[in-house]
Design a binder for this molecule. Structure first.
Ligand code: ADP
Ligand code: ASP
Ligand code: MG
Length: 409
């Protein structure tokens, strides 16, 4: 008998029929003798609908009130799933995030989990009940409702698994595992049986939305055994996130390709080349709580430099405005940018022992006439900024160039 935490995403609970399917799957695990804690998302499209409602009243919705609204989506699904289970004879009880006491910090709309009170859940499990918990939500020190950022139910599930010391955390979604790239973009992508934690962390942070980045971080920190599986098909093994590289060193150089459209590039030209300039530019951006990702500084003409960096797309206008304000202070020439760029990244542990990976990437893109605007590398990834319109093409040609296409049968 094991303790399993299962998470079902929006599509998996997108209709009454799908919720009934989830109930049957949960019942099967229960009948096999396992204790089951289920985390659910809002029904598909619901969180977007709630965001749109809020934005129809305020251009930038009040974060505290937005969390009050957004958290309702998950509350509907926990109740419905509890009813679906009860109606097939499985005792089940639902909890909102604040009933469980998923304590978070106060960062509304992107709160971090600080602690979880597992007492009530343990009692219910002891009494033979399935425990159902609303994903994506918690409560802060003021007793206010918080949410964990889009895709945050993954993180709720892994955090619950860590708190309960579950034997496995199973993330059920609308694909049957983690693929070499988004299978909706590259049909030739194939499912990985296993992926290392480090690779999954990179893929998630570089834009693969199959797992929220914080869920992977949590799994690493608390060593949660994490698996991604299909809620729509029966019987697959899915993808296991492993903490050890297996002995087989004949692994692929690249494990996966990610892309992230939530990017905008900002340039400042003709900045005097002297100490403190990077700080003056980026300090003002950091003070406004805007996250900077890639940074490039080039020597420009006559003792000046050109400075470029990327920010999340929804912070683009704000970042431009801030820089226009500091422009005259630092004596910069021109501030401009582009919010139609994408970051495409190749990720793989195999890169560490192979040279020429980056140059293969650059050559492949050049052959398609795709211009690279920025580059950043680490031990196990290479990322480039390119025009957004080339997202699908770039992903497809790189997938092929690194031998990731599944063999044709
Ligand atoms: P859920 O609602 O279950 O949380 P998400 O839409 O958040 O589901 O995540 C699943 C989706 O992630 C898939 O439908 C797929 O399009 C996308 N995706 C992106 N990259 C990958 C990848 N490398 N492997 C699998 N799915 C991916
Ligand atoms: N419902 C939330 C969202 O759409 C959380 C989640 O699905 O994980 O982002
Ligand atoms: Mg998700």
């Amino acid at each position: 008998m094991a303790l399993i935490v299962q998470k079902y995403g929006g599509t998996s609970v997108g209709s009454i029929e799908r919720i009934q399917n989830v109930a049957h799957r949960v019942a099967k695990f229960k009948k096999a003798g396992h204790d089951v804690v289920v985390v659910v998302s809002a029904m598909s499209g619901e969180t977007n609908r709630l965001v749109a409602l809020a934005e129809s009243l305020q251009e930038i919705p009040d974060p505290r009130e937005l969390d009050v609204v957004l958290s309702t989506g998950e509350q509907v699904t926990i109740g419905l799933l509890a009813m679906a289970l009860q109606s097939i004879g499985v005792p089940a009880k639902s909890y909102t995030g604040w009933q469980v006491k998923v304590k978070t910090d106060q960062a509304h709309t992107k709160a971090r989990i600080e602690s979880i009170d597992d007492a009530a859940m343990r009692q219910d499990l002891k009494e033979g009940k399935v425990v159902i918990v609303a994903g994506f939500q918690g409560i802060d020190g003021n007793g206010d409702i918080t949410t964990l950022g889009r895709g945050g139910s993954d993180t709720s599930a892994v955090a619950l698994a860590a708190a309960l010391k579950a034997d496995e955390c199973q993330i059920y979604t609308d694909v049957d595992g983690v693929y070499t790239t988004d299978p909706r973009v590259v049909p030739e992508a194939h499912r990985l049986d296993k992926i290392t934690f480090e690779e999954m962390l990179e893929l998630a942070s570089l834009g693969s939305k199959v797992l929220q980045i914080r869920s992977v971080e949590f799994a690493g920190k608390y060593r949660v055994r994490l698996r991604v599986l299909s809620s729509l098909e029966e019987g697959g093994e899915g993808t296991l996130i492993t903490f050890e590289e297996d002995g087989n060193m004949e692994r692929a150089i690249i494990s996966g390709i990610a892309f992230d459209k939530n990017q905008a590039r900002i340039n400042i030209r003709g900045v005097p080349d002297k100490p403190g300039i990077a700080y003056q530019i980026l300090g003002s951006i950091a003070d406004a709580n805007i996250e900077v990702d890639m940074i490039v500084q080039n020597v420009g003409a006559e003792g000046t430099t050109d400075f470029s960096f990327t920010v999340p797309r929804n912070d683009y206008r704000r970042a431009l405005k801030i820089l226009e304000d500091v422009q005259s202070n630092i004596g910069a020439g021109e501030v401009n940018g582009d919010d139609t760029v994408v970051k495409v990244s190749i990720v793989g542990m195999g890169m560490r022992s192979h040279v020429g990976v980056a140059s293969t990437m650059f050559r492949t893109l050049a052959e398609e006439g795709i211009n690279i605007q920025m580059i950043s590398t680490s031990e196990i990834k290479v990322s480039v900024i390119i025009e957004e319109k080339y997202t699908e093409l770039a992903t497809r040609v790189l997938h092929k160039a690194f031998g990731l296409d599944k063999p044709k049968v």
